[in-house]
Ligand binder design. Structure first.
Ligand SMILES: [Zn+2]
Length: 131
């Protein structure tokens, strides 16, 4: 930070206020300079990306946006996965609730399962995909 000795407006002495906490806002502030007479303050030194680094900044912003999009996609996929698992769980419960289910042989169970899956596929295609 450039140190000023004299106010460019009124030539009065510039004082340096040490860093502290604002009584008004309760927020901390860095050391700053102010004119002892007219309250002139040196212009803020802005943080900026040098021209040759603009590309890096753009790259960084793009990367951050892509990361965010990935996170949203992942969350969406997790949600869909959990819905699919929940539906499968419910379907399994419905099946074992059929009184005769327990008496079936493994082959007969498989046959029913494949019929159920085929039916689900048809329903899905008709009502969800609109075929
Ligand atoms: Zn001044």
């Amino acid at each position: 930070m450039t140190k000023y000795e004299q106010c460019p407006d009124c030539q009065a002495k510039i004082k340096t206020v040490p860093a502290g906490i604002s009584k008004r806002t309760g927020k901390s502030y860095d050391e700053f300079q102010v004119c002892s007479n007219c309250e002139w303050k040196p212009p803020r030194e802005q943080k900026f990306y040098p021209r040759e680094k603009e590309g890096i900044k753009a790259e960084y912003v793009k990367e951050a946006q892509e990361r965010k999009a990935d996170q949203i996609n992942e969350a969406q996929k997790r949600k869909e996965d959990s819905i699919a698992k929940f539906n499968a769980f419910n379907a399994a419960i419905e099946l074992v609730k059929i009184p005769s289910w327990k008496g079936l042989t493994p082959e007969e169970k498989n046959e029913i399962l494949s019929e159920v899956w085929e039916l689900q596929d048809k329903i899905y295609q008709k009502h969800i995909l609109g075929f």
